[in-house]
Design a protein around this ligand. Sequence first.
Ligand code: FES
Ligand SMILES: [Fe+2]
Length: 455
Amino acid sequence: MAIEPLIEIEAGQGPRSSGVTYQDLLDAETREVPEVLRMQAARETPVVRVPIDRYTSQEFHDLEVEKVWKKVWQFACREEQIPEPGDHTVYDIANLSILVLRDESGEIRAHHNVCLHRGRALKDFDGNSSDLRCPFHGWTWNLDGSLKEIPCRWDFPDVDQDDYALPPVKVALWGGFVFINLDPDCEPFENHIGDLGKHFERWPLEKRYTEAHVAKLLRCNWKVAQEAFMEAYHVVGTHPQILAGIGDANTQYDAWDTFSRAMTPNMTPSPHLTEEPTEQEMINSMLSVSLDEGPMFNVPEDMTARQMLGQMTRMQLQAQVPSVQELTDAELADSFYYTLFPNFHPWGAYNKIVYRFRPYKNKPNECIMEVLFLSPFRGRRPPAAKVKWIDFDAPWSDAIPEFGSLAKVFSQDAYNIPHVQKGLEAAQHTHVTFANYQETKIRHFHTLLEKYLQA
Ligand code: FES
Ligand SMILES: [Fe+2]
């Protein structure tokens, strides 16, 4: 396929919103501010106009499968999804299927989920088994991928035992996540993850468990869905009810080699508002969408809403997070949303969210949006939540038991998304336009995507 090129425009250090900067807010902290929050990397990614067919065409989707999904390190599952030897989980990406499992020695491995006889998928579901037996004719492999048994072995004189080991898939572990790569000659995982680990040193994700995991089917390209969760620019249009307590346009955006982040301050008024809300109005607007719905709190005279939210979150976390008293109000009140190319979005500090977006089956116009809640715990690790699926036509509010009123916010986002796809498919113009600063993360993503396509 001839790839329609990106259009690059000179970016330079452009203007910023009125109001406080994120760094100004950090100056008001009473605790020591960690270095990662002080970093500023508004990389001068050239402003890109992205061809619309990258979101709509089957040909482009097929190219992404070849150039990205078959080549890139990607988050397959959490380690705690497969805690015992023999536990396995099926990770499907586009038309590819990978079996991630724990072998007898406790090591995590991955294999292509395909029988080497006539190609049936080896496992249809997650589960536990002492070996991998194909349900069709019963060819069986050991968990380490070596061939164990062929029924009527005499009938396959030309099948060499070693040649018929399951081809391995590369595995790497980070933060309690299992990453896989289908390319035997891929770059080392350490190159891909870069310095992301440094950012999460104070907020170790391996010390969390999966409290909830919901997968929602959406009628749009996976990038359309993902991009709706990579900026705060849409808050004024999509979630106006939270403007009193969110510095949406004061978000700081940064981009490093393979990952980017946004830091959106909460408990500071949106610069879009013409009237300054009170500290109490800020906390009220936030509490209606907080991750943990609690009773209403009154902001004391001598406190700001930001300090108050910090204090409240510190109290909620103190039983599980011993270091909580050292954490700044920013780490307890704000939204730090990271993106590791191509589709992994862990949130920083003690916000519980992790997103993943991927194509659904082999379609350019359908995708899976997943939200995991990773929670700290004390003592024995609680079992990981099973994935709950929400179908195309069922609402995000089906996840209120898991996510509380955050599920209502997702509903607002999910409402737009199929209409974006519809518009893109109907478009007579040729390119999508991104903001110079507030859509930094998306521009950075497309720059990386381009690199993979050109490789
Ligand atoms: S297809 Fe798997 S054993 Fe025949
Ligand atoms: Fe949103």
